[in-house]
Design a protein. Structure first.
Length: 635
């Protein structure tokens, strides 16, 4: 696991500034505290910070080709590197290390972008051919590892995190992308390829970029194409069991100890169970104990760990959210306002004290229909039969008058969220319940200038584009929702959250359920086998029956989150009052001061739960101060 950075000029006579390169790599130190390297070519530099996991002695980066004309900087892990290596050796390639980075280098030398089809893993890398002056940037199929770039006619600068690009050239333009801001407030993240900076873009999952002489070409190398459905549910369950087991075995490759992040839910329990099978007696698990009992799942994790005879560590949350907020703003220079960034970061920070590598269960919800949104999508068909006038004047009026509950998933809270989502356009499908800014609220929140500049722009375009794209266009509603979440919510929220929080703590997180072979198999399984009535993950439960405790199979989904609504009234209230003060809001000129004042007041008086909007607006202001304002810190 690493942080990579580089710059390539169209003019080979331009020498990249060494001080600026060092500054950019220093910003990425948390991603790779074990080693640092720089390779220079005429008009180009590749750099890397390394977290040493495999071939600790021989895996120094960037890695240079034998003739000195090529080099690669690689972030992540290629799990099938031995297999790819043998194939390349049979064609005459010679290797000097056991590193997967050298496999990436030799594969690119031999095949160029076509090499990507043979690589299985989580990765983002830069390959440069100095003779052709051609740069190849690539990102893994599901988007586990990030890659950002700023391209002009004169040069391209790329990095694992935007802050390194900013650090390289602090004088470069920093212009707010207001369409990206609209997306951020709508979804709580910014879908690729946009970022909140107009000048910086992120490479989308399953894509590669070629840059030569100032020209950028971005192309897709992988698209989810599911095969024919299995012959029966039993065949599907057996195949899943075997494929997940194989993925877990492959991702245990490491020269340092490996642990498992355990929540007690079915996904992480599945991963833990297969680790114990692959390497009996070595299982180490880690979970978080949260003081708020409504959000604490540590007892479930402990039960699973005991059943699997794991060496289990419970980490108590002692830090207040205000004490780690600055760390999170720094980590999320491409911001995500998902409240679970807090517990995820605290878990990663403490787990790093014991191990360098962990496996997690991320991806299971998007593959096997685990979210409440899929249930809501099914129920919406019945709700839609209620006359519109009754829904608006009776149901929505009653729910609007009811105060929110303090619990995470109270009946009133769920009903309110369902009604809000159901009021959004039908063509958004299950994503409706993951949208936090509808048209009416947008018109009340945005100032006249911002509203005018966004006129004619569809705020839901990223969702509609993905719902209409690819082979899923004619699938059923749940299948379309799963595929959309795999290409949108998963990489730009869930995986971004895991990458930034874990890398801020110098911890590598691997996600075996997102091995692309598991994904392709899972998406060939009919959604009716995943959701039986309103019961979710049915096929996964069948696949792992006997491996994980029955109590796990009977549990519903809780979700890994934080009590943000109460934090905003307590520990984070001072931060909110400062970030969303009349003065601060007025100075931006983006939002209506009166509306933000109303949102904060209604939330503080417990008349409504505006936590999603208030937290997103607060994070945006803190992001502006650190990354957009000239007076703020560049990093």
């Amino acid at each position: 696991m690493c942080g990579i950075f580089g710059v390539v000029h169209a003019d080979a006579l331009v020498t990249p500034n060494s001080v600026a390169v060092d500054r950019a790599l220093d910003v990425l130190r948390h991603r790779g505290p074990d080693d640092r390297g720089v390779v220079r070519f005429p008009g180009a530099v590749l750099g890397a910070r390394r977290l040493s996991i495999v071939d600790i002695a021989g895996g120094h980066q960037p890695m240079i080709g034998d003739d000195g004309r090529t080099a690669v900087a690689h972030n992540g892990e290629v799990y099938n590197f031995d297999e790819v290596r043998r194939s390349l050796e049979s064609r005459g390639a010679r290797f000097h290390t056991r590193s997967d980075t050298e496999v990436v280098l030799r594969a690119c030398e031999a095949h160029g972008p076509e090499a990507l089809a043979s690589l299985r893993g989580m990765f983002a890398f830069a390959y440069f051919d100095s003779t052709e002056r051609r740069l190849l940037l690539a990102r893994d199929r599901l988007g586990v590892k990030p890659l950002y770039y700023r391209a002009t006619d004169e040069a391209i600068v790329f990095a694992s995190e935007p802050k390194a690009i900013l650090a390289f050239d602090p004088a470069a333009p920093r212009t707010l992308d207001e369409v990206a801001l609209d997306h951020f407030l709508t979804f709580e993240y910014v879908p690729a390829p946009r970022t909140l900076w107009r000048e910086i873009r992120k490479l989308a999952p399953g894509h590669f970029l070629e840059w030569r002489a100032g020209r950028v070409e971005v192309r897709r190398y992988w698209e989810l194409r599911a095969g024919p459905p299995p012959a029966s549910e039993k065949v599907a369950a057996d195949a899943l069991r075997a494929q997940i087991a194989d993925a877990v075995r492959g991702e245990l490759v490491s020269d340092v100890p490996v642990g498992v992040l355990l929540s007690g839910g079915i996904d992480s329990s599945t991963v833990a169970a297969f680790v114990e099978r692959a390497a009996p007696g070595t299982l180490r698990t880690f979970s978080l104990r949260i003081p708020d009992s409504g959000y604490d799942e540590s007892s479930h994790a402990r039960m699973v760990a005991d059943a699997l005879s794991a060496q289990h560590t419970e980490i108590d949350v002692t830090a207040h959210p205000s004490e780690v907020l600055d760390d999170l703003v720094r980590a999320f220079d491409d911001p995500v306002s998902d409240s679970s960034i807090f517990p995820t970061y605290l878990l990663a920070r403490e787990t790093h004290r014991a191990v360098k590598v962990v496996l997690s269960g991320d991806g299971g919800d998007e593959l096997f229909a685990g979210y409440d949104t899929y249930v809501a999508e099914k129920l919406s068909h019945y709700y839609g039969r209620i006359p519109k006038l009754v829904r608006e004047r009776v149901v929505e009026t009653i729910l609007g008058a009811a105060p929110p509950q303090a619990t995470k998933k109270g009946v009133v809270n769920r009903a309110k969220r369902f009604a809000e989502g159901a009021a959004l356009p039908d063509d958004l499908g299950a994503v409706r319940w993951m949208i936090f800014l509808g048209e009416m609220e947008r018109s009340r929140l945005y100032g006249a200038g911002l509203s005018e500049r966004l006129r004619g722009i569809d705020p839901y375009a990223p969702v509609r584009e993905r719902l209409a794209a690819g082979p899923s266009a004619n699938g059923d509603a749940i299948d379309r929702a799963l595929r959309t979440d795999l290409s949108l919510y998963l990489p730009d929220d869930i995986l971004a959250k895991v990458d930034r929080t874990s890398m801020a703590a110098s911890l590598e997180v691997r996600v075996p359920l997102l091995d692309h072979r598991v994904v392709e198999l899972a998406m060939s399984i009919p959604s009716a086998w995943k959701m039986k009535g309103l019961r979710r993950k049915a096929i996964l439960r069948r696949a792992v029956r006997g491996l994980v405790p029955d109590a796990v199979l009977r549990r519903g989904k809780e979700g890994f989150s934080a009590p943000m609504k109460s934090w905003l009234r307590g520990d984070l209230r001072g931060v909110v009052d400062d970030a969303l003060s009349d003065r601060a809001v007025s100075s931006r000129g983006l939002f209506q001061v009166e509306r933000i004042r109303e949102l904060v007041a209604e939330h503080q008086r417990e008349r409504a739960d505006h936590s999603h909007r208030i937290f997103a607006l607060t994070l945006f202001e803190l992001w502006c101060r650190r990354y957009l304002d000239r007076s703020g810190s560049a990093t």
